[in-house]
Structure formats: C-alpha cells, structure tokens
Design a binder for this molecule. Sequence first.
Ligand code: AHG
Ligand code: MN
Ligand code: MN
Ligand code: MN
Length: 338
Amino acid sequence: MNSKQKVMTLDEFTIQELRNYPGATGQLSGLLRDIGLAAKRVNVEVNKAGIADILGEAGKTNVQGESVKKLDEFANEQFISSLQTSIYCCGVASEENENFIAFHDEYSKQSKYVVLLDPLDGSSNIDVNVSIGTIFSVYRRLSPNGSPCQLEDFLQPGTQQIAAGYIIYGSSTMLVYATRRSVQGFTLDPSIGEFCLSHPNLKCPPESDIFSVNIGYYHMYEQPVRNAIDHFLARNERDKIYRHRFVGCLVAEIHRTLIQGGIFMYPAFGKFSSGRLRLCYECNPMSFIMEKAGGVAMANGRQRLLELKPVQLHQRVPIFIGSKNMMDVWQQIVTNHR
Ligand code: AHG
Ligand code: MN
Ligand code: MN
Ligand code: MN
C-alpha cells in the first residue's frame, strides 16, 4: 500500500457506506462497530493467552456436548455484552448458549436485527497457538419492532442474511464481512487499535488446486466423498497434483479459501451423521460470504446450503464450499456416483 494513502478504518468505512445509501438508518453500521470492539477485546486476551490463565478447560460441557474452553466462555461474554450494551440488536443466539437471548430494554427492542454467533471457532487450536476465529451472522427480525425477539427470527434460511462475517486471530488479526453488495477485509493495526481496510472487494479465485478435509475420517465418509478425496490425491505422475491443507478451524479454512481458492469439505460421518459444523452459527455465514465473493457453497452435491430452512438453533449440516472449478469437480463426482 502507498504509505501516503490514507487508510480507512472500519468505523470510517461503515460511515462512508451510509453516505452512499441515504435511506440507511445506521443500525447495521453500529452493529459492525460493536462486533469490531468485542473482537478487539477478545484479541487482547488471545494474544496473552499463555500468560493470563485463560488457556485450558472451563470445566463445563456446552449444549453441543463439547467441553468448553475458558476462551470460548470469555469470547461469548464479550460479544454478547457488547451487543447488549449498544442499541443495534434485539437479541443474540450463540453456539455456547442453549437458548437465544432476547434483550428487553426499550432501545434494543426497537432494533430490527438479530445476531447469531460462534464466539470462538477452532477451540481445539487455542492451547497450541494456531489460528482461531469468531463467526457472526445478521438477520432482519420477522417479529415486530418494539416486542422481544422470537425464535423464528433466528431460524431464517441463510439467503435472508443481511450481513455475515468473521474475525481471524492469526498471524495478524482480521475482520472480514459481507453484505449483499460485497466482501470487505480489515486488518487490525495494533499501533492505533483499529481495523483498517486492507482487502477491499474480496473475490474468491474461481480456479485453484487446494483441497481441505479431515482425511482422518476417510473410512467413515460416504462413497462420493471418498471418491472426491481419491480424485484429489495423486497416485502417479500422470495425475493432476492438488495441494492439501487442514487447519482444524473453519474460519482459517474459509479465510485461506477466499484468498487462495480451493475447496473445503466437512462431510457427515460416524456419530456426526448430519454433519459436524453448525448450520446457523458456522455454515450459513460462511456460505453467504463465499457466495458474495463469487464462490459456491453446497450442503451436498446438489443442495445450495443457503436455501436450507433451519428447524432448530444448534442443527448441524455437511458443507462443501469454495472455488467454482473445485466445486464443479465435486458436483461432477456426485453426479457420476448416481
Ligand atoms: P468450535 O471450536 O466452534 O466448536 O468449532 C470447531 C470446528 C471447526 O472449526 C473445525 O473445522 C472442526 O471443528 C474441526 O473438527 P475436527 O478436528 O474433528 O475435524
Ligand atoms: Mn465448540
Ligand atoms: Mn466453530
Ligand atoms: Mn465455537
């Protein structure tokens, strides 16, 4: 970047966006700024995790049946409290809470948005200092403004998202979000404590050669998935060579896929017979971002993931997501299997 060029912060960017849309109320911009603030608070703890007694287990099990890490709990509290303190959201549903939380104060109840959260994604990476993230998704409420939000506000198909995004706490900390118009990426500049626009108008490369899937579960995957893995693994010098990556953090997989392209697959297997990743907190927001960046997201070989109607908050779903050329290969393999 040209050093003389003024770098735009997240706040400046969202405010400038408002100027382009005279009818806008500023609620979504306010919401994004709240999320940015909570992300900065979590980032501080992530960075000193090793010395601040925030590593390890919280000693509880969540509604997903997973053991909760201290950082899962901390991130959950930070994001919910930021959203509750401000006036831009009328309720939150989180991976870490069994039920959604409706905000009852007069200001929040007037807000037209609800937020769904995976406060800390990739928790198994926390203790080993590998990238982790946060995922969020924003919907316009269906229930009337002025009343507490309802379950139906959170159970809308992903196509109805107003915005979705993630924060990646990696070698640098970034906030990436999509609206119906575009995908924008901001990098945290620690010297001023602000997210600065670093990746404007992100587009997923339509061609790539990276595949990502947990091959450890190969024997439990259905035949088309095994066929896809076999296809991507070169057996001899005539085969096309693909590159394999698997980080164990959805946010990191999607971030890499947005920048370098590829396919990420998290199929159903064994005890996760409906998939492992959560539809409302993980797969819908990531599919929205990917589609807005020009990529493709499916729940199998045929079903567009964003069109699924959630029936419960914590439901899981298989996901296949990424660059057009790699998704074409996957869909062709499914078709050939029939
Ligand atoms: P979370 O930490 O929010 O519970 O999600 C973890 C998920 C996801 O990010 C990742 O892709 C997957 O778990 C990894 O699971 P496996 O290591 O079992 O494949
Ligand atoms: Mn979890
Ligand atoms: Mn997660
Ligand atoms: Mn999580």
